[in-house]
Design a protein around this ligand. Structure first.
Ligand code: NAD
Length: 250
């Protein structure tokens, strides 16, 4: 379905981004990986997927500009890289705030502004931004993440309107809790911030949010991304698709 389409997926060396990369390759797309990680493991992923790799640090606007120039025109842009930090607002390190806004929000602007001219020239494009249930609802101790994800949906709606007549769609996917390193790594800080055990965090904080009482699978998110890349989704733009086990229905 996506033969002859070139896709750049940020933060695709792990978790949701890697699942999206695998799913797009399965549909015939050429994939460019981005993200941090062990060089040998990334090389193995490139071999597995027939992919290329650009290791730009997305907290650096200059590095993003260089990446976009090196990668060249793309048909599909998935802004997926992200990070989390859990702390009360008065204890939240300002450098963590800046890093989360840079990676989870500003990076999507920097990649998009560089990708759009090529998509316009081709008359076809798909921009998919991995937002979060936290683009629609807040949780305490995640001020930077919630602010960035709310901002990402506003950015997405704006570009959807700007690009509506250009054959380019822009949408958000908003997962609830997906079992990836991003979730696993926040458990110790959440234990500290809330004075809880690991089991209490798992059941009373994470899965308490999801009426289905189960984690979303990265592959489920990837299947939604594939759908949004397809022709049947040509009139879906400016949307924010939740895949959150019912979290935001409450
Ligand atoms: P992950 O930690 O498994 O993957 C994050 C990816 O971002 C990795 O490839 C990492 O190398 C990359 N990355 C981190 N810092 C980077 C930097 N400075 N420059 C370039 N790449 C960088 O996390 P994940 O859970 O797969 O998260 C992917 C996206 O999904 C994020 O935007 C996250 O906010 C969002 N999300 C995750 C969940 C969840 O429960 N896991 C829920 C909702 C939304």
């Amino acid at each position: 379905m996506l033969k002859n389409r070139r896709a750049l997926i940020t933060g695709s060396t792990s978790g949701i981004g890697l699942a999206i990369a695998r799913a797009l390759v399965a549909e015939g797309a050429e994939v460019i990986l981005n993200g941090l990680g062990d060089p040998a493991e990334i090389e193995a992923l490139c071999d597995e997927l027939g992919a290329s790799y650009n290791g730009a640090n997305l907290m650096d606007a200059g590095a993003i500009a260089q990446m976009m120039a090196d990668v060249g025109p793309i048909d599909i842009l998935v802004n997926n890289a992200g990070m989390q930090h859990v702390a009360a607002v008065e204890d939240f390190p300002p450098e963590k705030w800046d890093a989360i806004i840079a990676l989870n929000l500003s990076a999507a602007f920097h990649t998009t502004r560089a990708a759009v001219p090529g998509m316009k020239a081709a008359g076809w494009g798909r921009i998919i931004n991995t937002a979060s249930a936290h683009s629609l609802a807040a949780s305490p101790f995640k001020c930077a993440y919630v602010a960035a994800k709310h901002g990402l949906t506003g950015f997405t709606k704006t570009i959807a309107l700007e690009l509506a007549t250009c054959g380019i769609t822009a949408n958000c996917i908003s997962p609830g809790y997906v079992w990836t390193p991003l979730v696993e790594n926040q458990i110790p800080d959440t234990m500290a911030a809330r004075g809880m055990t690991r089991d209490q965090v798992m059941n009373d904080v994470l899965l308490a949010k999801q009426p289905t009482k189960s984690f979303v699978l990265p592959e489920d998110v990837a299947a939604l991304a594939v759908f949004l890349c397809g022709d049947a989704a040509r009139n879906i733009t400016g949307a924010n698709y939740t895949i959150d086990g019912g979290w935001t229905a409450e």
